[in-house]
Design a protein. Structure first.
Lengths: 322, 84
């Protein structure tokens, strides 16, 4: 059992996500940075889909009800056990009554706490992930609150020795400026040539609204090619006839402030999607803070698939070493 | 002994000095406030987080203006400890 003394800003239960229901309009939710989440589970010997806590910006204060192996991965929100700093990206052990707390965020935005066995909450549509917008999954469909008591599950498959670490060269470093790779399309033809260039050449600033649903970016206004809007499309030039939105797709309502749709976002609609963040970089997108800078870099589909393969190989390498 | 300190923002977001636009500021320069009292809000991800004094303090200066975007760890208010 884990008791929530203080909840942090937005701490939610997440796993790999509610996969396979996109066509009925259900976004997957799930860990925003799946690389860090997955390494967290590996370090405590959990099955791949065990639920962890996703901590955003401000850490919670948690008290453990029994001896347990844990790991803390992702953005650097420096963790402390009973007030003493402890390592991230390492298998740790807590004793009954130990308290985990965190210092102010140093780099990145989201930190994962994995516990041996996973966080046990009811499975809703194949997943324990919290989808706060409609209040399903996770702990009572919401972010953690003071006084909550979390049960620990049984999704444990391997005993990992305390002190196990991963190769330091495989630990991601999160800066304050970010290059995020995108595949241009599906509706990029709607932008003027000049605005296509502006989109890729600008340094965008992430706004305070950025959350699990989407990241909004401030910068120059983009212009769409003038046309008579087709049947079924809205009247604004940024509108198209409805389409499915890929996860990571970028829309620019009225040409103002591009929004990258993320894991809790609407699954389709009538805005032109001008590019899509490649799946390998969604993890890094999750570690971008409000007020940080983003540059979108165009890559080919082959490069995107290559990046995904590299990420999978890295995780395989980490799993083998543990 | 000098007891000058700064209250830092624990998270990035927009700093507000008042609970809503038509209400007065939580605190002014020169006020003495008690531990646990609110000096401002940080808005991020459509959440509002209250910034509180950790001990009884005299507010010397707000270094960040109302509705400014701040980074995590940035100084918001300079204060002087009132503990004896």
């Amino acid at each position: 059992m884990i008791k929530v003394i203080k909840p942090g800003l937005q701490t939610t239960v997440q796993d790999q996500g509610r996969i396979g229901l996109y066509e009925i309009g259900m976004p997957p939710s799930g860990a925003m940075d799946k690389f860090s989440y997955t390494v967290g589970n590996l370090l405590v010997g959990n099955q791949r889909n065990a639920a962890a806590l996703e901590i955003t910006y401000l850490g919670p204060v948690l008290q453990f009800g029994r001896k347990l192996r844990i790991s803390i991965t992702g953005g650097n929100i420096p963790p402390k056990i009973n007030g003493q700093p402890v390592a991230m990206w390492e298998t740790l052990e807590v004793q009954e009554g130990d308290t985990l707390s965190f210092d102010f965020v140093q780099s990145g935005a989201r930190t994962y706490l994995a516990v041996e066995g996973g966080i046990d909450v009811p499975v809703v549509m194949n997943s324990r992930s919290t989808y706060t917008l409609i209040g399903i999954g996770g702990f009572q469909g919401r972010a953690l609150a003071e006084g909550d008591e979390l049960a620990v599950g049984d999704m444990h498959e391997k005993k990992v020795p305390v002190g196990t670490r991963i190769d330091p060269s495989l630990i991601p470093v999160f800066q304050k400026t970010h290059e995020i790779r995108v595949v241009v399309g599906l509706c990029s033809y709607r932008l003027t040539e000049e605005s296509k260039a502006v989109f890729l050449e600008s340094e965008w600033t992430v706004t305070p609204e950025a959350n699990r649903i989407g990241y909004r970016h401030k910068g120059e206004r983009l212009k769409f090619v003038e046309r008579q809007q087709p049947f079924g499309a809205g009247s604004n030039p940024s509108n198209v006839t409805d389409l499915g939105y890929p996860i990571g797709s970028i829309q620019v309502p009225d040409g103002v402030e591009p929004i990258v749709l993320l894991h809790d976002a609407v699954t389709g609609g009538g805005y032109a999607t001008i590019a899509t963040v490649i799946s390998a970089d969604l993890n890094r997108m999750a570690q971008i803070k409000t007020n940080e800078k983003v540059k979108f870099v165009s890559v080919t589909l082959e490069e995107a698939i290559g990046a995904r393969r590299n990420l999978r190989d890295q995780l395989m390498k980490i799993a083998d070493a543990i | 002994m000098s007891d000058k300190k700064a209250i830092l923002s624990p998270l990035p977001g927009v700093f507000y000095r008042k609970p809503s636009p038509e209400l007065p500021d939580y605190a002014k320069e020169g006020d003495v406030i008690k531990a646990g009292e609110v000096v401002g809000l940080i808005e991020v991800m459509k959440n509002f987080y209250e910034i509180k004094a950790e001990e009884d303090v005299l507010i010397e200066q707000f270094v960040v203006e109302n509705e400014t975007i701040v980074d995590a760890g940035q100084e918001l208010v300079l204060v002087k400890s009132q503990a004896s």
